[in-house]
Design a protein around this ligand. Structure first.
Ligand code: GLC
Length: 554
């Protein structure tokens, strides 16, 4: 079927008989193209080259230096050579391979959970874009890039579908939250059903999917050196379509992206509507990836210019208004309100009385973090793991801020890591606030699931952030904790409780991203050069505007 025909197929229709010409065409291209990489332009060499650049080398020097700053001593269990393959690693690989999904004989992804014991499948038998990212990284690190390439191409085809919720048409660039392969053993056909939010609980489109897709495309390119995929017209178009959704001009007065509740990993109502940190950090990271991936032809150059402007504005906004440490908290505490005009200090008219009590106890003298959300008269002071780790990886956080985020994790180890890494957010919301904010969601009761639950998948992000900031000891300690329980408990999706001690109330077992997240963390710690796939050095052009406050001395 031609492209026009393809577009007419609604997202619910099957594409079993669609010609996979594009897919095959691209798969035929040479896989590893080191020669080509050598001859590519300067941008490609500096941003996409395989290997370490200066900044990373500095980090790796810190890695095993005894003087590296950390509040931790090497835990007893790490006395064992940490590079010994742990028995859990082989089990994890077996489980990861069992979760692989095939389309016409080709691996195209991994299902969210392979839990036979669970009566309710819901949509856990689907390939989720965000869930596949740690699986993809594990395969790339293990020298198996084909499944990643297939996934990138398959989801790109799905992007071209016409997407509708009731009678309303979604933007062209929207990527699916998930897709499912249906095998018909009689007709011997494979068909795909995709969900762009029209089947999801709450009917929200996944804003994060497109960002993860771009981030994964860069990881694939960095890891394999194969630039033919990202430079193909299909991929170039896919990147631009995703970014068109975010870079268009409108009524916005902020460079951050306005979102509905439930549009990311936290895919239910949790009071993250507005400008959630998870989306802003992923947005920033995918913009940086796009700069590296877009070709410098006329169209590409124009797009890159727009991206650079947005990156500048976004980093200024985030570093200035989302950043919180002891000093900033004290400043907000003393804010005057009702200020008008350009001279206003309290730009968003935040009323100091709205600062929740827990922040004063939680905020250590040493450390800081990007808060959950900032909008007029509303600061969500909650700490979110994913957004803060991604901010470190893509250098949305300045060097000082990255260090401060790690300091905070060390200082608040009991609260954020407890017995199972890592809290999705802190603290949980309870009672009346829980009723109002979640709409009485029984799955998101306090210290469960998205509401302060502990998610093993986040271990890979923590590990990557630890390596980038030269604190591998923290990652090792977190991995040790994971190894005490994760396999024994059957790789749950999440844990409950203030310290993450209990297997989540409704957690799936054999949750693929819990398995893959562990593998990625292990492989990254063993070979820190893998970090390059998901890391960006600080852009020297955008000078840090906010210095870390002198909170050390308080
Ligand atoms: C849950 C999670 C979501 C994840 C999905 C599949 O809905 O909230 O982030 O993608 O499960 O594992």
């Amino acid at each position: 079927m031609d492209e026009v025909g393809l577009r007419k197929v609604s997202s619910r229709a099957s594409i079993s008989d669609l010609d996979d010409f594009e897919l095959l065409k691209l798969l035929d291209k040479p896989k590893l193209n080191i020669e080509r990489q050598r001859s590519c332009d300067e941008r490609s060499l500096s941003e996409l080259s395989v290997g370490l650049n200066k900044g990373s080398v500095d980090n790796f020097e810190n890695l095993y230096s005894p003087g590296a700053r950390s509040g931790f001593h090497t835990p007893a269990s790490s006395a064992r050579n940490s590079f010994d393959p742990h028995p859990m690693v082989a089990e994890a690989w077996d489980a990861l391979r069992r979760s692989m999904v095939h389309f016409r004989g080709q691996p195209v992804g991994t299902i969210a959970a392979y839990d036979h014991a669970s009566e309710e499948v819901l949509n856990y038998d689907q390939v989720f874009v965000r869930d596949f990212v740690p699986s993809a990284l594990a395969f790339l690190m293990n020298g198996e890039p084909d499944i990643v390439k297939n996934f990138l191409l398959k989801t790109l085809q799905l992007q071209a579908w016409e997407k509708r919720v009731d009678r309303f048409k979604l933007g062209e660039g929207v990527m699916p939250a998930s897709f499912k392969v249906l095998h018909d053993p009689v007709r011997k056909t494979d068909t795909i059903v995709a969900d762009f939010g029209e089947s999801a609980i709450g009917r929200v489109a996944p804003v994060d999917s497109g960002f993860w897709w771009i981030i994964l495309l860069r990881a694939y390119t960095k890891s394999t050196g194969d630039m033919s995929l990202s430079e193909s017209p299909e991929c170039q178009k896919g990147i631009k379509l995703i970014l068109t959704l975010c870079l268009s001009e409108g009524f916005d007065t902020f460079p951050t992206l306005l979102c509905a509740d439930g549009c990311s990993m936290v895919d239910r109502r949790m009071g993250i509507y507005g400008y959630p940190i998870e989306i802003q950090a992923l947005f920033f990271m995918s913009l940086r990836c796009a700069v590296a991936l877009l070709k410098h032809d006329a169209e590409g150059k124009e797009c890159i210019e727009r991206i650079q402007k947005r990156l500048n504005a976004l980093s200024y906004h985030m570093r200035s208004y989302f950043w919180l440490d002891f000093q900033q908290l004290n400043d907000i505490y003393r804010y005057k309100t009702e200020e008008y005009s350009h001279t206003a200090v309290n730009k968003f008219n935040v009323i100091p009385d709205s600062i929740p009590e827990w922040v004063f106890d939680f905020m250590p003298c040493r450390g800081g973090y990007f808060i959950g959300n900032v909008s007029p008269a509303r600061m969500d002071f909650r700490w979110f793991a994913l957004g803060n780790c991604i901010a470190i990886l893509c250098s949305l956080a300045t060097h000082e801020q990255s260090m401060a985020i790690m300091d905070l994790i060390e200082e608040r180890w009991e609260e954020l890591i407890g017995e199972m890494p890592l809290k999705i957010c802190y603290p949980a919301i309870e009672s009346h606030e829980w009723r109002i904010v979640t709409g009485c969601d029984p799955k998101n009761t306090r210290w469960s699931y998205h509401n302060g639950g502990s998610w093993p998948v986040l271990l890979w992000l923590l590990t990557a952030a630890c390596i980038k900031t030269g604190r591998p000891q923290i990652a090792r300690k977190a991995i040790d904790l994971t190894e005490q329980r994760l396999l024994k408990d059957g790789w749950p999706e999440y844990y409950d409780g203030k310290h993450g001690r209990f297997i989540g109330k409704q957690a799936r077992k054999f949750q693929t991203w819990s398995i893959a997240g562990y593998l990625v963390a292990k492989m990254m710690l063993e070979d820190p050069s893998h970090l390059n796939m998901v890391s960006h050095e600080e852009d020297k052009l955008s000078k840090p505007l906010i210095k870390r406050s002198s909170s050390w001395t308080c």
